[in-house]
Design a protein around this ligand. Structure first.
Ligand SMILES: *Cc1c(COP(=O)(O)O)cnc(C)c1O
Length: 397
């Protein structure tokens, strides 16, 4: 914590400065607490801690100083009351569903969501008697009619992965509040640097910290932040079921937050230049980026995001076969399943992550045969653009 707790700092200062209390070694950088459990001076202290009468750490499945430091920073950045960090983004999403939904409840989710989230919603939640349905993010007028008396949560990703669909969070929060429903927003693509869903009325915000928050492709992590009473349920579920974040990963991720603002600003600045540079490329049918005026929800992006993020999508004229040739023709960009790395990454969902779906399922998920997703890294934008341009040229033949 800062020496003077009364002074309120800006989010980018908090991302750098929020820190656990120094030990008597007076270290400048936070040490790593790789310990499964914590000691007590005597039986009475141990009894009181187990009875929730103190806030001492007991066991790293419940809490750990490195994990707490990471969570505190995420709460400050998202403007949230409380949070809990998990071993991956998926365990954060799963914990939110499990802790806040019960048999007989209905989950209303956007259709354009991350693949594994889709699997949890369609394959697992129904096993426990949780009803689910999908709405189309681009047809906001139809959402309210899909709410049922048992609807307990609305789940949405904006911008969505990989299709970059965007929804008006203020409008969605209005619907959720009117019907007393929890609004849960996966803010992975925007990060709190570019979009703070709680300011628009979201009740909880979920992240895969594996992506832009780590930013260097090293560790997995997830976090849920939001209203205290909801996070308490998630904490209670997680402390017994065990998807805790490792203290090592928390140490890495907390350090990563110190550079989040400078990184995301650079990623987003380069991504906009890439999108603009590719807009008139003769080998492309279309280019999609939140801050291109041609994006169908451009006006919403401008209203709720302070930058477009680091992902650019485009549609190749040559479809599936050109997609495969395009990946092979790249010289600089990495072919890998991650995104939000310092190194630029290209992916072709139709031949990889979404290859097992039928054509129809792919179409519903917005995955066209020639769709390429670029995660724009921290390299010089001239090199990123030139590599993509030469690969487009080579793969077009
Ligand atoms: C990657 C991702 C997840 C899952 O996160 P993991 O850390 O890989 O478990 C969830 N949502 C979105 C939008 C993602 O991109």
């Amino acid at each position: 914590m800062s020496k003077d707790n009364k002074k309120q700092y800006q989010p980018d200062t908090n991302a750098v400065r929020l820190q656990m209390p120094k030990t008597d070694q007076m270290e400048h950088s936070s040490p790593m607490f790789l310990t499964s459990s914590f000691c007590f001076d005597n039986a009475e202290e141990m009894r009181a801690t187990f009875a929730d009468e103190t806030d001492f750490n007991i066991y790293s499945r419940f809490s750990n100083p490195n994990v707490d430091e990471f969570v505190k920073k995420m709460c400050a950045l998202e403007g949230a009351e409380a949070g809990y960090a998990t071993s991956s983004g998926m365990s954060a999403i799963f914990a939110g569903f499990m802790a806040l939904l019960k048999t007989g409840d209905h989950l209303l989710s956007a259709r354009a969501i991350f693949g594994s989230t889709h699997t949890v919603i369609t394959k697992f939640l129904p096993k426990w008697g949780i009803e689910t349905s999908y709405f189309d993010m681009t047809d906001t007028a139809s959402i309210e009619a899909m709410i049922k008396p048992n609807t307990r949560m609305i789940f949405v990703e904006t911008p969505s992965n990989p299709g970059l669909e965007i929804i008006d969070l203020e409008l969605l929060a209005g619907i959720a509040n009117k019907h007393n429903i929890i609004l849960n927003v996966d803010n992975c693509f925007a990060t709190p640097v570019l979009q703070r869903p709680i300011e628009y009325g979201a009740h909880i915000v979920t992240h895969s910290a594996t992506k832009w928050i780590d930013g260097q492709g090293r560790v997995l992590g997830g976090v849920v932040v939001g209203k205290k009473e909801l996070i308490k349920e998630i904490h209670t579920f997680c402390r017994s079921t065990g998807p805790a974040m490792s203290p090592f990963n928390a140490w890495v991720l907390s350090k990563s937050l110190e550079t989040l603002f400078v990184r995301v600003e650079r990623h987003a600045g380069s991504a906009l230049k890439l999108a603009q540079g590719l807009e008139n490329n003769p080998h492309l049918l279309s280019v999609k980026y939140p801050l291109l005026p041609s994006h169908p929800q451009y006006n919403i992006a401008v209203k709720q995001m302070s930058g477009g993020g680091g992902i650019v999508c485009f549609e190749l004229k040559g479809g599936l076969q050109q997609g495969v040739r395009f990946l092979d023709a790249l010289e600089l960009l990495s072919l890998t399943a991650n995104l939000g790395d310092s190194r630029s990454i290209a992916s072709h969902p139709a031949s990889t992550t979404h290859a097992k779906l039928s054509d129809e399922e792919r179409a519903i998920a917005g995955i066209t045969p020639g769709l390429i997703r670029i995660s724009v890294g921290l390299e010089n934008i001239k090199d990123i653009l030139e590599d993509i341009e030469q690969a487009l040229e080579k793969s077009a033949q």
